[in-house]
Design a protein around this ligand. Structure first.
Ligand code: SF4
Ligand code: SF4
Length: 168
């Protein structure tokens, strides 16, 4: 296919940019009368229009069973798959041979919120959550232990579904 070439002639003599300037200003002014699409954070956070995508991956949450115990069975898959190496797991075992986490910690500061831990968990215990307001004053406060992970109450993130790639 032949390539079309458009040759532009340089303006000769004096050129006025007034028309282009006025056109630009008219465009800017027209935006003053259009409906606003930006929202003020955090003032408008509680309004009904402020929503986070259900697949947003934020602060982790550990789900618990009816007795309030963490659903984690200390299988070791999530620390194994975590690309940021930010999950610390020390497994334990009770008299009946049931495994449980003696220590389970996630460093939210190192986490890249890929969601692999949620995807790989066979017990659907650990989840990334629809939550993001987790700033702290010190770095060690970003290490969430099991108790703190279990105490989270925000909604958990929906996993990516290949049959519904846009999450609709
Ligand atoms: S979301 Fe990704 S980086 Fe964060 S803890 Fe889970 S596997 Fe690791
Ligand atoms: S993958 Fe699930 S069950 Fe296995 S150690 Fe992680 S949280 Fe526990």
């Amino acid at each position: 296919m032949a390539i079309g070439v458009k040759v532009l002639k340089r303006p000769v003599g004096q050129t006025s940019y007034l028309r282009a300037t006025l056109k630009g200003m008219a465009l800017t002014l027209s935006h003053l009368f259009r409906p606003k699409v930006t929202m003020q954070y955090p003032e408008e956070r509680s309004s009904k229009d402020w929503t986070i995508a259900p697949r947003w991956r934020g602060t982790h949450r550990m789900l618990t069973d009816e007795q309030g115990r963490a659903k984690c069975v200390a299988c070791g898959l999530c620390p194994q798959i975590c690309p940021a190496n930010c999950i610390k797991l020390v497994p334990g075992e009770d008299e009946q041979g049931n495994r449980y986490p003696l220590i389970y910690e996630i460093d939210e500061f190192r986490c890249i919120f890929c969601g692999y831990c949620q995807e790989v968990c066979p017990e659907e215990a650990i989840h990334v959550g629809v939550h993001y307001e987790n700033s702290e004053y010190s770095r060690d406060r970003f290490v969430y232990d099991l108790e703190r992970l279990c105490a989270q109450t925000h909604p958990v993130s929906s996993l990516w579904d290949p049959s519904d790639p846009k999450g609709e």
